[in-house]
Design a protein around this ligand. Sequence first.
Ligand code: URA
Ligand code: SF4
Length: 197
Amino acid sequence: MNNTIEKIKQQVINCKKCKLSETRTNAVPGKGNFKADVILIGEAPGRNEDKNGEPFVGAAGKRLEEALKKTGIERKDVYITNVVKCRPPSNRVPIDEERKACQDYIKNEIKIIQPKIICILGNTAFNSMLGGGEITKFRGKTVRKNNQIYFLTIHPAATIYNQKLIQILDEDIERLFSLVDNLKKSLEVSIDIEISS
Ligand code: URA
Ligand code: SF4
């Protein structure tokens, strides 16, 4: 299994499927536990991620790590990735063409890891993975699509500009892992939104 995640990582590092390959410093493959119960999905690498080749290592990553820590979870317990694996210039939102070019990587990450829950971080992941709009209207909710459960929350970067959102992110991450606990005990979790495929 680790072998196949490693294979995706190598494909991402060498990928030239879209134009972001021309402006990136480093491609940023997903990182973490390939046996994780949770995959967290962000938007795209930022400046620090582009420099280091690792997801969520800048200010937003610190916020995410803090929220995880408050509920007793460490980075190594989860798998963290992005909708697109290369940094868009000036951190603009990735365009459809880039998302489409990159989507097989995330599909394969999910197929290999088979997480109990996929946690969607913010608008871009919500839109790309589930066709959603404003995450603030849906955060805290569970979604089921193709037998996969998703949990929706805000992007950790939003807490940098609005300190009030720290508590929201903390509450959501706590709820996420209580849902995971229930699923591990084979208890039913309530689904707020069903998406038929
Ligand atoms: N923001 C993201 O969406 N992803 C990262 O990896 C870093 C910041
Ligand atoms: Fe390849 Fe994705 Fe990077 Fe585009 S963003 S070059 S598709 S890894």
